[in-house]
Design a protein around this ligand. Structure first.
Ligand code: UD1
Length: 364
């Protein structure tokens, strides 16, 4: 067992709070953790609610980076993170997933020669038009420890020449989900509040710039949903809400789409678990749908979570009106998946065990 390390965990966007929650608990058993919130997400429903519900310790720093163009947001986070790292002098920096906070945090650490651990490493959509894909590739190539969820991701890294420091530990979101699922199903009153019945609706999320920045695409989605007639609950990401308002598309929202504020984690899990299906362009939600056994219709042409495409559990439909409409007529899935490609709960424990054994001298 190595000596206690100071680890700086860098989070900033909604999915990172969810990934950090179970890991933070494990890390703190044998190490000192300093949490840096970059401020990429700042609205209560996008940030604080997750800290409260998942009992994540209050961040030690908030960099207040806020929104901005890709380069500007990334640069702000990079510069502010560097200052924190110079002050804290940690032995390790931990980054999560694929956001601008991930790559900026990793780059700040790399320039200061601080070892980097990347949680949810190795994923690829092979679509460089996505800012997340650029973030994934760059972060993986400068990380020392790569915590990988799936076998496919290990193989992908191998093809890019990354073999050292790769640990297939499973998916940390399995831990987050298993911790709250019972409470979500037992305590959440979201279905009653919305007046919807189990399996009688689809849940929908959409926030990728490639989908939201073209109002014509949103308009196609609305028409397909309208024709299907099925009730759709749409917790709306602020980016999408802004586009709808600015483009005047709010008027085109059909009566069977119920737009609501972004939900906290427990309500979102309850909403997804009881839905007939989920329409989404999010990566994390495709995975959560798979684990919960809910059908997923993905509003993208590709996915980095290819394992979810088995047994017809997830379909890539892009923004094709006909395909969306057909998918909305599919019944709910009746059985769970035959395999669990994302591993069993315990990923956080496995990551902590690797850190406990980690020897800096042998680092890649
Ligand atoms: C980011 C991540 C994406 C992740 C998503 C989860 C990048 C490149 N993208 O996308 O991988 O799936 O978070 O939500 O890092 N906004 C608010 N309030 C907030 C947060 C955002 O109003 O609390 C609005 C702003 O108008 C902002 C826009 O949302 O311009 C986009 O936010 P940003 O953090 O740049 O990217 P996301 O689309 O959230």
């Amino acid at each position: 067992m190595r000596e206690r390390m100071k680890i700086v965990s860098i989070v900033g966007a909604r999915p990172q709070f969810i990934k950090c929650a179970p890991l933070s608990k494990e890390l703190r058993k044998s190490h000192e953790e300093v949490i840096v919130h970059t401020g990429q997400h700042y609205d209560y429903e996008m940030s604080k609610v997750f800290f409260d519900e998942l009992e994540i310790p209050k961040p030690d720093y908030n960099l207040n980076a806020g929104s901005g163009a890709q380069g500007q947001q990334t640069a702000k986070i990079l510069a502010a993170t560097e200052e924190v790292l110079l002050k804290e002098k940690p032995q390790m920096v931990m980054v999560f997933g694929d956001t601008n906070s991930t790559v900026a945090g990793a780059l700040a650490a790399a320039k200061l020669l601080i070892p980097i651990a990347h949680v949810e490493a190795g994923l690829r959509s092979y679509d460089r038009t996505m800012p997340e894909e650029v973030n994934r590739v760059l972060t993986d190539h400068i990380s020392n420890l790569l915590f990988v969820p799936t076998e496919g991701a290990v193989e992908g890294l191998c093809r890019e020449g990354i073999r050292k420091g790769v640990h297939r530990v499973g998916d940390v979101m399995v831990d987050s989900l298993s911790t709250v699922k019972k409470a979500a199903l037992g305590r959440s009153t979201v279905l009653q509040k919305l007046g919807i019945e189990r399996r009688g609706y689809f849940a929908m999320t959409m926030h990728r710039a490639s989908n939201t920045d073209d109002p014509a695409k949103l308009s196609r989605l609305f028409r397909a949903v309208e024709r299907s007639g099925i009730p759709v609950v749409f917790p709306i990401h602020p980016r999408t809400g802004k586009v709808l308002k600015d483009s005047g598309l709010l008027k085109e929202v059909p009566p069977n789409i119920k737009i609501i504020e972004p939900l906290g984690y427990l309500d979102m899990i309850a909403l997804m678990a009881s839905a007939r299906g989920i329409l989404t362009d999010s990566g994390g939600i495709q995975k959560e749908a798979f684990i919960l056994g809910t059908r997923c219709i993905t509003l993208r042409e590709n996915t980095e979570w290819t394992e979810t495409l088995t047994e017809g559990r997830n379909r890539l439909v892009g923004l094709d009106e006909k395909k969306i409409e057909r998918s909305l007529s599919l019944p709910a899935l009746t059985a769970g998946p035959r395999s669990q490609p994302f591993g069993r709960a315990g990923t956080s424990r496995r990551i902590a065990a690797v850190l406990d054994r980690w020897d800096e001298r042998g680092r890649p």
